[in-house]
Design a protein around this ligand. Structure first.
Ligand code: IPE
Ligand code: IPE
Ligand code: MG
Length: 261
């Protein structure tokens, strides 16, 4: 029978810690509301959680952490909140870059950040340059990012750079133009705040990611909760379209090979 090509990558070894974790950091507003505080207090506390989780990922040897900080739909929020989020983003870029660098973190920003203004673009450029050669955790912040935006910009780049071949474009040709072209597809997706939706995050890259939803609000998320998500991930059987029996057979064969070697 004909087999169809898929760009989804090969099955990674089971029970490994995830190489790449992608997170929708949700629940800052509700965290603040519960405490009768303005929403901005929740966002400020959320920045603390970013520090905590980044450190926890470094300590656990996670290679890639991708955080959704501002979606292409978040412009619909009140202007005052948008402005606060922009200020917090700017302050973090300015104040955290050196510390990230010391911790060997490579910082990447994905999304169309131009609408945040020249200062943000400059600070983002500087922080990324400073940390570009670091070999520790790759921390990606998605700001004014949308999965649909990403697919469209990748498609436009592909069309501009290579004329349509007679047989058409392939998935492999599109992938290098996506914003996360430097990272493997996420193994584990975490959404805090209780909603069970993707909200236009990494539409292409989440095709075979294990999806973990927790009611914990982002400001309350900590290393223990990260460990719970990773423990849950380790229990998953990642089949990538195959059957359980096929996976068992591959596992037996590879452990047999290891015993012989
Ligand atoms: C996530 O928290 C942060 C951003 C979207 C920037 P929210 O601000 O969405 O918090 P809730 O969902 O209102 O609680
Ligand atoms: C998703 O959170 C975007 C970010 C965390 C940056 P939202 O709180 O904006 O998501 P929806 O709109 O409720 O789905
Ligand atoms: Mg929300």
């Amino acid at each position: 029978m004909k087999s169809f090509a898929s760009s989804t990558r090969e099955i990674p070894p089971p029970s490994d810690i995830p190489r790449h974790i992608a997170v929708i950091m949700d629940g800052n507003g509700r965290w603040a509301k519960k405490r009768y505080l303005p929403r901005v207090a929740g966002h400020k506390q959320g920045v603390e959680t970013v520090r905590r989780v980044t450190r926890a990922c470094t300590d656990r040897g996670i290679e890639y952490l991708t955080l959704f900080a501002f979606s292409s739909e978040n412009w619909r929020r009140p202007a005052e909140e948008v402005s606060t989020l922009k200020q917090l983003f700017m302050a973090a870029l300015e104040q955290e870059a050196e510390r990230l660098h010391q911790n060997k973190v490579r910082l990447k920003i994905i999304g169309d950040i131009a609408p945040f203004g020249a200062r943000v673009v400059e600070l983002a450029g500087r922080a990324q340059e400073l940390t570009a050669h670091n070999v520790g955790l790759t921390l990606t912040i998605a700001a004014n990012y949308g999965g649909r935006w990403d697919l469209m910009q990748a498609l436009l780049k592909l069309v501009r750079t290579s004329p349509l071949p007679a047989e058409g474009y392939t998935e492999e040709q599109l992938a290098p133009h996506l914003a996360l072209n430097y990272a493997p597809e996420p193994d584990l997706f975490i959404r805090t705040g209780g909603e069970q939706r993707i909200s236009n995050f990494l539409l292409w890259q989440l095709a075979y990611t294990e999806l973990y939803f927790t009611p914990t609000l982002w400001p309350d998320f900590d290393a223990k909760q990260l460990d719970a998500a990773i423990a849950w991930y380790r229990e998953r059987e990642r089949r990538f379209g195959r059957t359980s029996e096929q996976l068992e057979k591959t596992k037996r064969e590879s452990s047999g090979r290891r015993r012989i070697a």
